[in-house]
Design a protein around this ligand. Structure first.
Ligand code: PLP
Length: 493
């Protein structure tokens, strides 16, 4: 299987090369030439572990990895770093199943992909005789940064640099990042928002002079952002796993369609669900849930993607995004896999901050339902689900639960639904507890954590215990215009 750039079909790469490069040379995203079909029965899948399911799905996309290589990557990733053997447990609450994707090292769903990406990358480097040291350059809205740091810290032959918006992440997210250990890690706060951090990172990737300087010093960039195919593919796994588990639990009959609701920012997680559907997994609707930064909702309802608007800081900061990078993969596809058409829309996005797709393209979006949840609606659903079922979800998951409710009320569709639960409530304790009861509003963070444990009857995750006492190791803060200088300083080039 080969991967092509969404902006030109000349550049083709095997999976391992696409993983190493992250972004295609023309700034496009790698997409598989065809989406493979699941070639194994639901009966077999239903009895498989997470790791076995991962192999069945990933081997179809990463076909230049040997069986031994891929299994080694999977075993190294999905191990005791997760606090449950199931890796991604399904929890039923009320009439829905929450697919808990937050049992890894940093208690957010980014761990699902970022615990395997370093292994895929090192394996890919070996396969391709790469001698350079790999420098992972990442912009984060909060969760990617820590998950990438945790994945790459101490990994030989790699360095990792993370930029985060200094005032745009939760206190716990910030503390998690600035306490990161490992000589090969570098964490920088920027005076700007996530989109500016992401744009700065993309510019460095395509800066030819910087590339030459790096090469001369024995370095090359790669990306741990969700545009890397090595992140997208591992995310397809848990949709297949969840479906098979629902069959096993007797929630659904094999072949019955389910809907999935996904709290969406960069459009990576929901795109993985879309790929799973295209592999033949019986998924009906993909519910794309946005917070008050509702660019995607507007896109699905009007056909115009317009990032020219105020950037809102919400209680679901990992979704505070106005440019959803992975949407480009969907645009390319609904443009009939036409790189020219996609390229011109992306140019409009860059130049005017917006573009409008054709009627013909819009007709191909019927798998998706877009909606959004306000801050008040998100808080209200967290409270409601807690009061009716005792289940406590985080704010991001709350956005999806709220959109799911709207969808059901609007359409009457009663298909069984999986809500992708993307973060532990412990990661956003303040907002979660304030949603449940006003009285928690002004208590100190770590008191709230103890309160949450008592209220939910769950154990405080290790990731939280660890940062209670960890020293701050990263204090660098810079302006948007200084990002490149910060990178050169760290690499001493
Ligand atoms: C990153 C993130 C999201 C958004 O996922 P995308 O793949 O960027 O759409 C949602 N919730 C949480 C907790 C996240 O960390």
């Amino acid at each position: 299987m080969l991967y092509v750039s969404t902006r030109n079909n000349e550049e083709k790469a095997a999976a391992s090369q696409a993983i190493l490069k992250g972004l295609a040379a023309d700034g496009g995203l790698f997409v598989p030439e065809q989406i493979p079909s699941l070639d194994i029965s639901m009966d077999k899948l239903a009895s498989m572990t997470y790791q076995e399911t991962a192999y069945e799905v990933m081997k179809l996309f990463l076909d230049d990895f040997t069986e031994e290589e891929l299994k080694h990557c999977i075993q190294s990733a999905y191990d005791g770093k997760f606090d449950t053997e199931e890796i991604a447990p399904l929890k039923k609450a009320g009439d829905v199943c929450f697919l808990e994707l937050f049992h890894g090292a940093t208690i957010a769903f980014k761990d699902m992909a970022l615990s395997i990406l370093p292994h895929l990358m090192i394996t890919a480097a070996k396969k391709n005789q790469v001698e350079n040291e790999i420098v992972i350059l990442t912009a984060t809205s909060g969760d990617t940064g820590k998950a990438a740091l945790a994945g790459f810290a101490g990994v030989k032959g790699t360095k990792i640099i993370v930029f985060y918006p200094k005032d745009g992440v939760s206190p716990i997210q910030q503390k998690q990042m600035v306490t990161q250990k490992g000589d090969n890690t570098f964490v920088v706060g920027i005076n700007g928002n996530f989109d500016q951090a992401q744009t700065g990172v993309k510019q460095m990737f395509s800066d030819k002079d910087l590339g030459k300087t790096m090469e001369a010093a024995g370095y090359q960039f790669s990306s741990a952002n969700s545009i890397n195919i090595g992140r997208l593919v591992p995310q397809i796994v848990y949709y297949v796993y969840a479906y098979a588990k629902m069959v096993q639990m007797g929630e659904i009959k094999s072949g019955e369609k389910i809907n999935v609701a996904v709290p969406t920012g960069n459009f990576g997680n929901i795109l993985a669900a879309f790929y799973a559907k295209n592999m033949g997994l019986p998924i009906g609707k993909l519910l794309c849930a946005s917070n008050e930064n509702k660019v995607l909702y507007d896109f699905f309802s009007t056909g115009t993607y317009d990032r020219n608007r105020e950037f809102v800081l919400t209680s679901s900061p990992s979704m505070d995004i106005l440019i959803s990078s992975n949407l480009e993969r969907l645009i390319y596809r609904i443009a009939g896999n036409n790189p020219g058409k996609n390229q011109s829309l992306m140019r409009e996005l860059q130049e005017d901050g917006k573009y409008t797709i054709t009627e013909e393209m819009r007709e191909q979006l019927s798998d998706f339902y877009g909606n959004y949840a306000s801050e008040a609606e998100t808080a209200s659903i967290i409270r409601e689900v807690y009061q009716t079922s005792g289940y406590i979800m985080d704010t991001h998951t709350g956005v999806a639960a709220s959109v799911y409710k709207k969808y059901r009320e609007e359409t009457g569709d009663t298909a069984k639904t999986v809500i992708a639960s993307t973060a532990s409530p412990y990661k956003f304790t303040r907002s979660v507890m304030a949603a449940i009861d006003e009285k928690y509003k002004d208590k100190p963070d770590f008191t709230l954590i103890d309160d949450l444990a008592a209220l939910s009857g769950t154990a405080i995750p290790k990731a939280i215990e660890d940062i209670r006492t960890a020293p701050i190791l990263h204090k660098t803060v810079c302006e948007i215009g200084e990002m490149q200088a910060a990178v050169k300083g760290f690499l001493k080039i």
